[in-house]
Design a protein around this ligand. Structure first.
Ligand code: C5P
Length: 397
């Protein structure tokens, strides 16, 4: 539950992207938020108030002259217990109203009347590419940014009007990710974080190779947590089918050697987190052709050569970032991880049991540094990643 105990006013204005807000309203509640939907007349041309009432479980406010609640001053009352006002979709017309401080309908009035410190305003623009690119809209958007209003998107792509370009509202899952990110403490603001994630794949021949059971879930969660904490994040990822966290730069690689090259070419960084399960060896007598099996042939004799140790190499650089290693071990987890603190010469190692962690959605982590051992009890990987990022941020300060 990323938004437990949060209450939002969700304002809808008149755009076809309103259909995406039906989904957003469900997902916000899945994360523990409670919602009060407010719709303009324009919004109700696309989606009915009944639809939004059913989805949000609460009467929808549509008219500043016919309040459903309290002292008949909904433009004041509705935001007083809200953690944010989220306007999606936000039309060009509504952005113009916000930029000029107009208050001629309930949503515009409550946006103007909210406590600007306690109740931030988050808007998700949705409009035709020409409307978005129009200097009037761009002037308004610049003004809104200056006024501290958070603007999510818009994205570029095919539009309902048949044209293509910037102006599409973000998808519900993207808005949700950005809204969750907005509420995370910005402990890594201004920092660059470089990390490795996932397994590596060391080829034997064009169709076979050696890999491991790492899914990438921990590394991708750490990338997201670092991004949410305000860092610029580059993730060097081995083969993984997972989607890239928003606003994370992802570089896909296959082998340990490629991972090493990609890491070195993306330095400098303030923090380097080696989450990837890098193969210790690669096959040195790799075959350029598929190795054939015949009834009489002997099994191929594979020869192995050591892969470069990315973490130890980065930690030994003259301008090394703050380095964090992971140790997935089957036995003697803590002792093995403590040994690696010394051999790899890093200030922090994170240990877990390989057989519990690989592929799982949850994990127990132990943080090991010169001071001792700190255990983060079993929890989902994103929650663990957020705790780890908080610990790293504290050590940087
Ligand atoms: O494989 P090992 O137990 O040594 O891995 C411990 C840490 O070292 C992990 O953080 C892993 O990402 C990193 N590592 C690396 N390059 C390797 C092997 C491991 O960066 N070749």
């Amino acid at each position: 539950m990323q938004l437990a105990k949060k209450h939002f006013v969700v304002g809808m204005t008149g755009g076809i992207a309103a259909y995406k807000v039906c989904e957003l309203v469900r997902r916000l509640q899945d994360e523990g938020a409670s919602l009060q939907v407010v719709m303009t007349d324009g919004a109700q041309q696309f989606i009915t108030a009944m639809t939004m009432q059913a989805l949000s479980g609460r009467s929808v406010e549509t008219d500043q002259w016919k309040s459903l609640t309290g002292n008949a001053m909904p433009h004041i009352e509705l935001t007083r217990n809200a953690d944010a006002v989220i306007v999606a979709p936000a039309t060009a017309d509504f952005l113009a109203k916000l930029a000029h401080g107009l208050a001629d309908d309930l949503l515009a009035a409550l946006a103007l009347a909210r406590d600007r410190v306690r109740t931030p305003l988050i808007v998700a623009p949705a409009m035709n590419v020409e409307m978005w690119g129009n200097p009037a809209t761009q002037r308004n958007v610049a003004q809104l940014r200056d006024d501290g209003i958070v603007i999510l998107g818009p994205a570029s792509g095919a539009q309902a009007c048949g044209e293509t370009g910037v102006g599409r509202m973000l998808e519900a899952h993207e808005l949700l990710e950005d809204i969750v990110a907005f509420f995370q403490p910005k402990t890594l603001a201004g920092k660059k974080v470089l990390l490795t994630a996932g397994p590596t794949f060391e080829p034997i021949d064009p169709v076979r190779g050696i890999t491991n059971l790492s899914s990438g879930k921990t590394g991708f969660a750490v990338a997201r947590a670092a991004r949410d904490a305000g860092a610029r994040v580059t993730m060097i990822a081995g083969p993984s089918a997972l989607g890239t966290p928003r606003n994370v730069e992802r570089v896909d690689v296959t082998t340990g050697k490629q991972m090493m090259d990609a890491v070195l070419s993306h330095l400098p960084a303030d923090v380097f987190i080696a989450v990837a399960a890098v193969a210790d060896w690669h096959v040195s007598n790799q075959s350029a052709r598929k190795i054939k099996k015949t009834a009489t042939s002997t099994p191929p004799a594979l020869q192995f050569a050591l892969n470069p140790d990315i973490l130890a190499t980065v930690a030994a650089l003259p301008s090394a970032p703050y380095c964090v290693g992971f140790a997935a071990e089957s036995d003697d987890v803590i002792d093995n991880a403590r040994r690696k603190l010394g051999t790899k010469k890093v200030p922090l190692m994170v240990a877990n049991r390989a057989q519990d962690a690989f592929g799982a959605d949850r994990s127990e982590l132990s943080l090991i540094d010169q001071e001792g051992v700190m255990t983060l009890p079993n929890d989902d990987k994103l929650a663990q990643a957020r705790r780890l990022i908080a610990e790293i941020s504290a050590r940087l300060r």
